[in-house]
Design a protein around this ligand. Sequence first.
Ligand SMILES: Cc1cc2nc3c(=O)[nH]c(=O)nc-3n(C[C@H](O)[C@H](O)[C@H](O)COP(=O)(O)OP(=O)(O)OC[C@H]3O[C@@H](n4cnc5c(N)ncnc54)[C@H](O)[C@@H]3O)c2cc1C
Length: 290
Amino acid sequence: MQEFDFVVPKTLAEACQMLSDGYGRPVAGCTDVLPQMRHGKLKTERLVDLSRIKSLAYIEHSNGRISIGALTTYEQMVTDRQLHDYAPVLAQAAATVGCRQTRNRGTLGGNLGNASPAGDTLPPLLILNAQVVLAGSSGERRMAVSDLLLAPGKTALLPDEIITSVGFEALPRGMRSLFLKLGNRQGMAVSVASVALALQLDGGGPVQDVRIALGAVAPTAIRCPEAEKFLIGQQIDPITAGAAGRLAAQACAPIDDVRASAAYRRHAIQVLVKRGLLSLSNDGDSHADN
Ligand SMILES: Cc1cc2nc3c(=O)[nH]c(=O)nc-3n(C[C@H](O)[C@H](O)[C@H](O)COP(=O)(O)OP(=O)(O)OC[C@H]3O[C@@H](n4cnc5c(N)ncnc54)[C@H](O)[C@@H]3O)c2cc1C
């Protein structure tokens, strides 16, 4: 692996200054960056380690809004009671990441900064309509997660910008949510396809609100507006859930790679969306199969 310098700022201001002086790439847990450097996929002469900026590791809930510091680890998200109550889909996704060691080091900011189509927190953040807060030499700005993610490995971050937090409204009362991940094995697997769903039924009857996002089946995580629009006002049953699954599959632009073919990924999305909708509507036990 190439040699590199490693600098450790203790404050956000110091880190922003280093980046604006052209001081290299920000890192947090290094669980993406070090494997990429080891495999020669990433070359950088300096790493700016953010992990000592403890003020960026927190989960706060106030007036129905959740704010999560960029340095918050998966393990913190998995064990946070409020997150399970107000945005269970994100806590569920965090629990599927890697192994305990990876969850102890890997951060939410790193998952966003890495911008992998298969990043497991990204579909949940899309259905939560999450915004990121960025700090840079010219001050602070905010943008939707959907605008941050541009392409595989590519974000709208400027070279001197750091993601400081992610914020979103708690899911409305009565809205149920679910994260489903398909990998090549049960644990320690990168997603072949993933689905984040949130569903609110009108008095247990027709769909009042629904949100669907997909991972690992397009250059970035994506929402599925066509499937969402179709479901509004419908009763969830195997026919409507199956039709929504087909619309979601049409929204994908998957690739063939070592993990799966594009055709398999499209089929997986169809099945996962149908299964997730039936499960959230309480109709899942008898009809969840493909
Ligand atoms: C064994 C293993 C298993 C894994 N399993 C999964 C999995 O199941 N699901 C999954 O989604 N991922 C998985 N990953 C990938 C990785 O753990 C996650 O993407 C993690 O969130 C990266 O966080 P990090 O803090 O380690 O990021 P780093 O590696 O430190 O950084 C990743 C990228 O984000 C940028 N970055 C980091 N923090 C910031 C910030 N605050 N502001 C701006 N840019 C920033 C860096 O410059 C870099 O480009 C796995 C990795 C390993 C090694």
